[in-house]
Design a protein around this ligand. Sequence first.
Ligand code: SF4
Length: 462
Amino acid sequence: MPKFFIKTYGCQMNERDSEQVAHSLLARGYERVGHESEADVVLLNTCSVRDMADQKALGKMGMLGRMAKDQPHMVFGFLGCMAQARGASLLKALPHVDLIVGTQKFHRVAEYVDKLVTRKNPSAATIETRGYSRLDDLRLSIVDVAEEPGSQSTIRDQQLMSSQATAFVSILQGCNMHCTFCIVPQTRGSERSRSIDEIVFEVRDLVSRGVKEVTLLGQIVNLYGRHEFPKLDKKSPFVQLLEAVHQVEGLERLRFTSPHPIGFRDDLIEAISRLPKLAEHVHLPLQSGSNKILKAMHRAYTAEKYMDLVARIRRARHGIAITTDIIVGFPGETEDDYRQTRDLVEQIQFDNAFVFRYSPRSGTPAAAMPHQVDEHVKHERNQDLLQVVNQSNHRILQRLIGTKVEVLCEGGSKTNRVRLMGRTRTNKIVVFEGDEKLVRELVYVRIEQANGFSLYGTPLVE
Ligand code: SF4
């Protein structure tokens, strides 16, 4: 059977979508390989959030053009957000592309790949086996970027590695928030949630296969189900879901990402203090510390409200880690606006932050706003803010030296396979030496060193 290679750009939701596609190809007998040079089918699952992500995927597919010439039997496809945003127009510059599939059609990819493989390898046997008699139908590239009702429920299967300790579970697709810088509502469509029963079923299955930690995924994960399901006992559908997943026996840790600050109502704060399996980490996108910029971004909270929320979350669970996303250089951001962001970041002392330079996305309101900020000003603010973030990260990691932390061992360390790695409940990476038998186990580790973004320690035998 043909071999496929899938490369993923962008966020964890894209990673999860790629695993769904891989699962459906494996189920048809395809073999997964780790490099495009070994593959018959090359799929790029794309991201559109920043221009750089677009350019990377386009550049990669451009380079694959030579391969397409030398090996005409191969199939090349674009999947996901950029495929959705650009559709068939991608074929103009990259005519060797055979397949373009948008964000609501991942479940159709295997069927389309099968058709294309057959078209490019038209032996009598394959035509007969797959039942295609009219090859004319299969001569063109396949482009499918249509909407599909119920597509949120199609991201539900994944192949696990033999010792996989953690897994992602997609709980909703799309976003109705329309932040003015963001292309996601265009590429992912409006919010659509899966049912609690379906999600719990998937988590149970993952746990029965050895998974100990799940992360619930969605573009605005804590607004899960707000259009589909009612509040019960003053609890939002998201809190109802957390409670239901929390009950799955054998599940040790529960995480969620990415939430929106406006979705943190009292019921969720209370759930954070009440549900012990919820890990002590919240990723809470700030985007800016200037109220003027937050308003222009359409973020619906103020810097003061954000500060108050951080304080409430920290009160709800002792030692909880808070990480964030920040955009510098949004249109109209003055030196004073940037200062306000910097001051807020210093005041909050985040465990970590992703700092992005604003990247105009065509079709979003911010791209057409006046007073676009010069690239080198964005660069300077980015570097400056990263320093502030690195300092707070460093301080927080240093404080952990000498303490004992619970680590879920995920496997060999990426940089040194002889060592093991895992994460604390606060999502810090810990590297340590130990027996492979510790993989998938909760291990207590005494922290001895902190370096960059990682901790190093020795496991304690209890
Ligand atoms: S909440 Fe805003 S930034 Fe997040 S996906 Fe929705 S529109 Fe984009």
